[in-house]
Design a protein around this ligand. Structure first.
Ligand code: MN
Length: 228
């Protein structure tokens, strides 16, 4: 089965500028790529992706990537993405799947000591070393028994060492363009829908709509900032 079928079924490529993606490629011998995208959609989350089996295996990490040794965060497995997605930064039209703004938060190569990474992934335990622009070091992904079949719940665990905190500026900016989420969202193409997007409905029903998309992203970013 083409593991990108779900990815394609969820998206209308005449509306979104996300890549349709070429077929899964034969795994390369060179160090595979990883990418972390910050995604301001119905809620702000991080998308963590590891190149494996010719695609990007993907997890949504609602609370961000752990950086202190022993910290663990929920990572919900989502559909495989094409390798080209590792270069995607931009806006997904409101009303489309994942509508909102995507920032390429970090990327680089990663190493996996296991000689059979695809098998380790299927068994549900994957240890690796990231060599990114922002994140470098050891992490482990472990599948848990919770979550449903389509969205298995994993834990992303920081192992081996703690990392120094990133500066607010580095944390806020793209590893690709240097732009903040607000700056990326400003360049968006607007696709008009007859229905408001989910986040617009959500904000309206909470009675706290901050007015503009930019304001909402800034509010989300502020909420994510760790307590001093
Ligand atoms: Mn996402």
């Amino acid at each position: 089965m083409n593991s990108l079928a779900t990815y394609r079924a969820k998206r209308d490529f005449s509306r979104t500028r996300e890549p349709a993606g070429s077929p899964p490629r034969r795994p390369r011998r060179a160090a595979p790529q990883f990418v972390i995208q910050k995604h301001a959609a119905s809620h702000l989350h991080f998308d963590f992706r590891l190149e494996l089996d010719g695609v990007l295996k993907s997890w949504a990490v609602p609370k961000g990537i752990p950086t202190r040794q022993g910290d663990r965060r929920l990572a919900v497995e989502v559909e495989d993405h094409p390798l080209e997605y590792g270069r995607f930064e931009g806006n997904i039209p409101a009303g489309s799947y994942g509508g909102g703004t995507v920032q390429l938060w970090d990327r680089g190569r990663y190493e996996i000591p296991d000689p059979a990474p695809a098998k380790a992934w299927r068994r549900g335990k994957l240890s690796f070393v990231l060599h990114g622009k922002k994140l470098r070091g050891h992490w482990t992904l472990v599948r848990t028994r919770s979550g449903d079949a389509a969205k298995p719940a994993w834990l992303l665990i920081k192992t081996e060492e703690s990392l120094p905190a990133l500066s607010v500026n580095v944390e806020a900016r793209s590893a690709l363009s240097g732009k903040t989420l607000a700056e990326i969202s400003r360049g968006r193409k607007i696709w008009k829908s007859s229905r408001p997007a989910a986040w617009e409905q959500g904000a309206a029903s909470r009675g706290s709509a901050p007015g503009s998309f930019k304001a909402r992203i800034q509010a989300l970013a502020a909420r994510r900032r760790p307590a001093p």
